[in-house]
Design a binder for this molecule. Structure first.
Ligand SMILES: [Zn+2]
Length: 507
């Protein structure tokens, strides 16, 4: 018997907007000041401005007196301790706690772009209705919005049912090895093995994200890709360039790089992508429904070795890529998704050659040549399987392939239908609720500190940057120039966390 599948809307209906009274100007001045502390994460980790972090910590103490009177604050991290860990004890401490996250560090200004900033990156200027500078979107805004919301609740005499932890890492922009990774370790050693809900940064609320949907969309990240960086190293005889060997170290390395790029990881449609299509599909025009319904209800085939050409593909650059579409809907969907780098990244483990090194003088054969390749690992593969696959592809014992980074496997996938996800959706609708607002889960192709919670002690981990930006083009301000946020939108961010703290009472 064939049962009819339902492809009806999963959007939460009839949520009334709640106006949270926020003094916009006062709040804007507080975020503005927070931006002036240059808590930069440089790639060179010896270049770390301890004073900036210490001053920022003191600033928070001075600015949020009730928070610092009521919550317990610890400064954690290893070996350097600059991460903030707050405990707001709940009425029922035996219940698994809630974790709200943000990160203190910001990326540096790219040298040469200083002149393009309309307001200096660390000025925190409030002008033309915006708060300007590094951290205004990524990610001091979340720290300040959370603290503002907690301070408001405390003023009203509120105490949560569950304990709420605030976790503000020190090094998210460089993978968080000293900050949140260590905090999670510490929590486990204290016997905290279960967290009810984690919310960390993700994408902001914005319009124009999906062709066919004109309404603003809030995407809630339910999973993150994994991460590893491999080094390829060729060490052979160096010597004088007047009598070179047949194959130079650089030549051997170049061949290895070419092989790796010629053998991208196969495309697969994983559960978080299917979940996203289940939520977005019904909101799209009718003509897309058939395909997206098949994607939403499809299941992932077993991983296969994909070194052989499985079928001719006019729409991939590389015909040796394994193709696992099993029906016309998958074919059409993949064809569409593979038109852009962002949507392509949702479908496979990406390969990015980011550094090469070898040679210091024009007439000397370098004894060592190295390359660095960064992989963002799709669910279903692991750090180990990527390493093994790359060694297999290179297939040359003159090339040593080793792990260079602090690597992490892809995260588990959190439930987009549970009450935890719904508490976030409800808070979004109470804050930005236009009736046509679309909320959907998605796969995070970058990463955030939340991955350390997802990897061990939390099942319900979600990523959403609780702010609305004016257009999808504002994405360029993340890590780019002229990072800024609308003053009135920062007030909404505070309202969101105020509501979320209220709504998680129902969990
Ligand atoms: Zn960030």
């Amino acid at each position: 018997m064939v049962t009819e599948r339902e492809f009806d809307s999963l959007q939460m209906k009839d949520v009334a907007v709640v106006e949270v009274p926020v003094d916009e100007d006062v709040a804007a001045r507080r975020l503005s000041k927070a931006i002036t502390f240059p808590t930069i994460s440089n790639q060179d980790r010896s270049d770390f401005d301890e004073k900036a972090f210490n001053d920022f910590h003191q600033y928070l103490v001075d600015t949020y007196p009730l928070v610092h009177k009521t919550l317990k604050r610890e400064i954690l991290g290893d070996p350097r301790r600059f991460s903030l860990f707050y405990t707001w004890s709940g009425k029922n401490p035996s219940l698994p706690p809630i974790v709200l996250m943000g990160h203190q560090d910001v990326v540096p200004v790219v040298p040469g772009t200083e002149q393009q900033w309309e307001h200096d990156a660390f000025s925190g200027d409030v002008a033309d209705g915006y708060i300007w500078g590094r951290g205004s979107l990524d990610d001091k805004i979340m720290i300040l919005a959370i603290l503002e919301a907690v301070e408001m609740h405390l003023k009203q005499g509120f105490q949560p049912k569950r304990t709420i932890h605030l976790v503000f890492g020190q090094d998210e922009e460089v993978m968080g090895p000293e900050g949140v990774k260590q905090i999670v370790k510490e929590l486990k050693s204290r016997g905290i093995n279960e967290v009810a809900l984690v919310l960390d940064e993700g994408l902001p609320l914005t319009g124009g994200l999906f062709p066919g949907i004109t309404a603003p969309i809030a995407l809630i990240g339910t999973a993150e890709k994994g991460y590893t960086t491999l080094q390829l190293k060729v060490a052979g005889p160096g010597g004088h360039s007047a009598m070179p060997p047949k194959n130079s170290n650089i030549g051997i390395l170049a061949q290895a790089i070419t092989k790796i790029e010629a053998n991208p990881f196969p495309y697969r449609i994983t559960q978080p992508v299917r979940d996203q299509m289940r939520f977005l599909g019904p909101e799209l025009p009718e003509k897309f429904h058939e395909v997206l319904e098949d994607i939403a209800f499809g299941s992932e085939p077993e991983m296969e070795e994909t070194t052989e050409q499985k079928r001719a593909l006019e729409y991939t650059e590389n015909p040796t890529v394994g193709w696992q579409a099993r029906n016309t809907s998958e074919d059409q969907f993949l064809k569409y998704m593979l038109t852009g780098p962002q949507t392509t990244a949702m479908l496979h483990t990406t390969t990015a050659v980011t550094m090469v090194n070898g040679g210091v003088k024009e007439n000397v054969m370098p004894p060592i040549a190295t390359a660095v390749v960064n992989f963002r690992i799709l669910q279903g593969e692991t750090v180990q399987s990527v390493l093994e696959q790359v060694r297999k592809i290179v297939n040359d014992n003159r090339v040593e392939v080793t792990e260079l980074s602090d690597s992490i496997d892809p995260s588990p996938v959190s439930d987009p239908c549970g009450k935890e996800y719904r508490a976030i959706e409800k808070s979004i609708r109470q804050t930005w609720g236009t009736p046509d607002l679309v909320v959907s889960p998605y796969l995070v192709i970058g990463g955030a500190d939340a991955k350390y919670f997802a990897a061990s002690i939390a099942r319900n981990v979600y990523r959403f940057t609780a702010v609305r930006v004016e257009s999808a083009a504002d994405a360029a301000r993340w890590h780019g120039v002229n990072e800024r946020v609308l003053v009135r939108e920062f007030a909404k961010s505070i309202g969101f966390f105020h509501q979320l703290i209220t709504n998680v009472e129902e969990l």
